[in-house]
Design a protein around this ligand. Structure first.
Ligand SMILES: [Zn+2]
Ligand SMILES: [Zn+2]
Length: 443
């Protein structure tokens, strides 16, 4: 339940009034559909930064710090917003929580509370209308369109964020978000480069604005690229995919097919050689006593998912091939009918009770015409399976595509043969009965 103290996302939003997204976009109202605050933050400010960069010399110390701060603020999103708060895949001690809330704020991607709410909806309703950044609406929509255009709050799927509303760090950051953004996004990097080596403007342009732009674009790639590029080793019913390129861009968030299957696992990459610096950082914090309760799915569950997906792909590939008419759909033939047709010139061969029409194959038989002709009209089971030549698996497969019928009884049954069989059977029962009576007396 939402608490009365719960911070409001948009105080002007009135659910009773129709939202702008409920009116069709036209030439006269298009600007009302645009989220101008987001346009300013994710397009306008970076453009201003690019222009400023034209006459702001880049010092190498500032460049190095900008890259370092890119990693910190990126980790604030991946290890903080994403894996700690949205998925609770591990627990962090207070100093680490404060650090992640601060540097995550410096990435300028909204408050933890807002970000995690949408992200939980994204996982719960992946690829549906209730997914805030569904890739089914287009790659550009999932990357940036969902922020540039206003969204109807009623559309986004409901999620439980009661744990976040009870988290004092999350609530504090949400309440003071603007101050956090301005300080951690711009003032802090300027203080470092300004007080450090007197490059105030370089800190503002490179470690501030342009670094924010790169971190934002990297994170947006998780919503777009990670749902569009790569493999689906665990489940292919939805769009998430694994790709090394996305992992490089997003500090290891690119193993997104795995992540959507096992969202509360603190890892995104599970192999040691896969690039997941977010996982490595969480592990290192654990060694330092700053993180604990790292959640991990059992390898058995992970392997099960992978094997099931492999089986699915295999079944799909198998279904595309011609394996011959299934045995239970073949017509039943009498032995005499089989022989009759073979005598009349049809190239029929019975192997293991199944009749095959090899007429068109005789001339192509790798063992020669004579060999295959010798089996026509006979029970060639033994001949085919080693009596004359032990045929390959490929030959078995090829033969099965020539099936036309099954023999009643499975093989040649002549009347006098079966009569003799019944006679022997009765004799067998009588002798058994006699020996029973001899030992135990009459019933
Ligand atoms: Zn996703
Ligand atoms: Zn996630």
């Amino acid at each position: 339940m939402a608490k009365t103290t719960e911070p409001n996302r948009n105080k002007r939003y009135d659910p009773a009034k129709p939202h702008i997204t409920e009116t069709p976009l036209t030439r006269s109202n298009w600007y009302k559909h645009v989220n101008w605050l987001n346009v300013t933050l994710i397009i306008g400010v970076p453009l201003y930064g690019c222009i400023q960069a034209l006459w702001t010399p880049l010092q190498w110390k500032t460049a190095a710090f900008a890259v370092l701060y890119y990693f910190w603020t990126g980790l604030g999103i991946t290890a903080g917003y994403h894996r700690l708060w949205a998925h609770t895949s591990y627990k962090a001690r207070l100093p680490l929580q404060i650090f992640l809330a601060a540097v995550g704020g410096g990435a300028v991607e909204g408050s933890i509370r807002w970000w995690s709410r949408d992200h939980r909806a994204h996982h719960r309703y992946t690829d549906t209308e209730k997914d805030p950044y569904s890739v089914r609406k287009g790659l550009m929509y999932s990357h940036i369109g969902w922020m540039v255009m206003k969204q109807n709050p009623k559309r986004i799927g409901r999620t439980d964020i009661s744990d976040l509303n009870d988290d004092p760090v999350v609530v504090w950051q949400h309440r003071h978000y603007l101050k956090v953004v301005i300080f951690m996004g711009l003032i802090f990097p300027m203080l470092v480069t300004g007080l450090g080596w007197n490059d105030w403007k370089g800190g503002f342009v490179y470690a501030g604005i342009l670094r924010i732009f790169f971190v934002q674009q990297a994170t947006f790639c998780v919503n777009s690229l990670a749902h569009w590029l790569g493999d689906q080793p665990f489940d292919d019913r939805n769009s998430p995919r694994d790709h090394i390129l996305t992992a490089f861009v997003t500090l290891g968030e690119g193993y997104h097919n795995f992540h959507h299957e096992f969202p509360s696992d603190y890892r995104n990459a599970i192999r040691w050689f896969q690039y997941d610096p977010t996982k490595w950082s969480i592990w290192a914090w654990k060694q330092l006593g700053l993180a604990y309760d790292l959640k991990q799915f059992r390898q058995n569950e992970i392997d099960k998912g992978r094997v099931q997906q492999m089986q699915k792909k295999l079944d799909q590939a198998r279904a595309k091939l011609d394996w011959g008419i299934p045995l239970d759909q073949l017509p039943v033939m009498e032995w005499d009918d089989y022989q009759e047709q073979a005598k009349n010139g049809r190239g029929l061969i019975a192997v293991a009770g199944v009749v095959h029409d090899v007429t068109d194959f005789i001339k192509d038989h790798p063992g020669g015409r004579a060999m295959i002709n010798s089996g026509i009209g006979k029970d060639a089971t033994a001949m085919f399976n080693g009596g004359v030549y032990l045929h390959s698996n490929a030959a078995h497969n090829l033969l099965s595509t020539m099936r036309i019928g099954v023999i009643r009884g499975g093989c040649e049954i002549r009347q006098n043969l079966s009569d003799r069989c019944i006679h022997n059977f009765i004799k067998h029962i009588i002798s058994n009965y006699n020996s029973y009576v001899h030992q135990n007396g009459e019933f």
